[in-house]
Design a protein around this ligand. Structure first.
Ligand SMILES: Cc1ncc(COP(=O)(O)O)c(C=O)c1O
Length: 298
């Protein structure tokens, strides 16, 4: 079956189960379990100067996500790390977004159908600015409040990057964009601030960093990196429950994520927030780290 979407017909290769296939030939069956029930797990990584930042951590998380969903990825972390590096080389990519994804074949469409054969694909392409901002430190992001909330920990396997969990993110993001906001800030099931649709959130208040406790949403690799960076800079990091009305008293706010990187927020609903020096300092340190990180070969 052919498609007219140029996203499905790019030059270059996609790694699929050990082979480098031409981009347009990496296809799967319409009865794939993940297409119906959201059982794929995936990662989002970024390469800087030809090297993927924290590749090993991302591929380990891919393996863990599959375990949360009850299946095992048949390629070791080492093999997938090597495949990613070869893919970047083969596609001649230095600055790229990398998307590994795993799913499985079944012999029926029963919800509980056993994973008969697990597949992995890795695609990489240039995806410069996730938020389509020319200069993110000039304008910052406009956020609205999401209509959907992050469910309780016993309502979804929230530590997994599983395709099915992203339905409330895609609905919230699309609705925000339709209202001419860049993204939506999601509350959790208790009414505390959780995260954005695909990024974690930090606030600055009186020189300290405040960030929600990730007990019902993804504890992002970038979030963890920013906490380490802040501690090295002797910036106090406070992980706590944050009420939505507190945004009115915050000095700065920014989002963190592999795709989003460090992006300042200048508006949430009606509340305006300035772009401040701590966000800029942390973003600068992150940029230096991702571009110089020795990231040992594993
Ligand atoms: C829902 C959600 N939260 C947070 C993040 C940030 O995670 P990371 O920093 O590991 O990219 C992402 C991005 O993958 C995400 O999809």
């Amino acid at each position: 079956m052919s498609s007219n979407f140029s996203f499905y017909d790019k030059p270059g290769f996609i790694w699929l189960d050990g082979q480098f296939l031409p981009w347009k030939d990496s296809k799967l069956h319409v009865l794939t379990h993940a297409l119906h029930y959201g059982s794929a797990v995936y990662e989002g990584c970024r390469a800087y100067n030809g090297r993927v930042f924290k590749l090993n951590e991302h591929i380990q998380r891919l393996h863990k996500s599959a375990e949360f969903l009850g299946y095992k990825i048949p390629y070791s972390v080492k093999i997938l790390n090597q495949a990613t590096k070869k893919l970047l080389f083969k596609n001649n990519l230095q600055e790229a977004y990398v998307r590994p994804i795993a799913w499985y074949d079944v012999d029926s469409l029963s919800l509980g159908a056993k994973a008969e054969q697990v597949h992995v694909a890795i695609a990489a392409w240039v995806w410069k600015s996730y938020f389509k901002l020319d200069d993110k430190f000039e304008k910052g992001l406009k956020l609205t409040w999401a209509d959907w909330v992050r469910p309780a920990p016993n309502m979804s396997p929230y530590q997994a990057k599983a395709a099915g969990l992203y339905v409330i993110s895609t609905l919230s993001k699309r609705s925000a964009e339709q209202k001419e906001f860049n993204d939506a800030l999601m509350l959790d099931y208790r009414g505390y601030i959780a995260e954005c649709t695909g990024a974690n959130v930090f606030f600055v208040k009186n020189g300290d960093l405040h960030t929600p406790i990730p007990d019902c949403f993804l504890n992002g690799i970038t979030r963890q990196t920013i906490i380490e960076i802040a501690k090295k800079m002797s910036i106090n990091v406070i992980e706590r429950y944050i009420k939505p009305e507190e945004v009115n008293d915050m000095d700065e706010m920014f989002l963190t994520g592999t795709a989003a990187e460090i992006t300042p927020v200048t508006q949430i609903g009606e509340t305006k927030v300035p772009i401040g020096p701590i966000s800029k300092k942390i973003a600068k340190a992150y940029e230096i780290l991702v571009r110089n990180c020795p990231c040992p070969e594993k």
